[in-house]
Design a protein around this ligand. Structure first.
Ligand code: ATP
Length: 221
């Protein structure tokens, strides 16, 4: 019997804000594993607002979790190739990855929890997995009365105080488009993938470009 976490997101790209809440929620709730589930085409975002392909976002998530035994990735939503709601994804993951008697937690940032009424079947989702509301800068979760009044399973929402990290995927994409460095805002492997594949308008990593320049200079000499 284990306590298991599911962390869904667009991860466009995955960044240190995600890694920190996954680590701190796992510690606070004593989770044996956090399964990251990158969304194929998220139902609440338009296709054109998602910039990197599902395959690239999956690869970045795989690079990000490498080296952490407690973190894992599931590609069910990427393989589905269609929008999937969490209420559909969570039972599938439980079936694929769980054992009878496991306890399940769905990890989200506080902004998502405040919007829970716009999700498909929130009460059923809360039955499938308790929902963790990880603090996020700029979002106040002290007042969730609008949810308390409507949801039968409101007590299955668990706030967890995490270190507030003011990083967003939107901010990272903007910085890359302006040619600014996002090193250390994303895990190292993600940084390399972004530059190798020139995602989000990224140019080649500065060091890599310098090495190649030195090499071609030596070859010419
Ligand atoms: P975007 O800026 O493109 O909307 P994002 O940074 O919010 O992206 P998502 O992949 O949409 O990233 O987020 C997945 C989950 O992680 C969401 O539940 C979101 O609230 C949470 N999250 C993202 N960034 C942070 C952060 N800095 N602190 C706490 N939670 C976060």
């Amino acid at each position: 019997m284990s306590r298991m976490g599911i962390f869904g997101g667009t991860f466009d790209p995955i960044h240190q804000g995600h890694m920190i809440i996954a680590e701190q929620v796992a510690e606070a709730l004593n989770l044996a594993c956090v399964i990251f589930v990158p969304g194929g085409v998220p139902p609440h975002k338009t296709v054109s607002s998602v910039k990197a392909s599902p395959a690239d976002r999956l690869e970045m998530v795989q690079a990000a979790v490498r080296g952490n035994d407690k973190f894992d990735v599931d590609r069910v939503e990427v393989d589905a190739g269609r929008p999937m709601h969490s209420v559909e994804t969570v039972p599938l993951i439980k079936e694929r990855r769980g054992e009878p008697g496991d306890e399940w937690f769905f990890v989200t940032g506080a902004d998502e929890v405040s919007n829970l009424l716009s999700w498909k079947d929130p009460d059923r989702l809360l039955e499938e997995a308790a929902m963790v509301a990880a603090t996020r800068p700029g979002y106040d979760i002290s007042d969730l009365k609008h949810l308390e009044e409507v949801l039968d399973n409101f007590d299955r929402i668990i706030p967890v105080q995490c270190t507030r990290v003011d990083i967003s995927a939107t901010g990272i994409r903007r910085m890359l488009a302006k040619g600014e460095s996002v090193r250390y805002l994303v895990p190292d492997g993600v940084y390399e993938t972004i530059h190798d594949r020139r995602l989000y308008g990224a140019r080649k990593d500065g060091e890599q470009a310098r090495q190649e320049e030195r090499l071609s200079w030596r070859q010419k000499a």
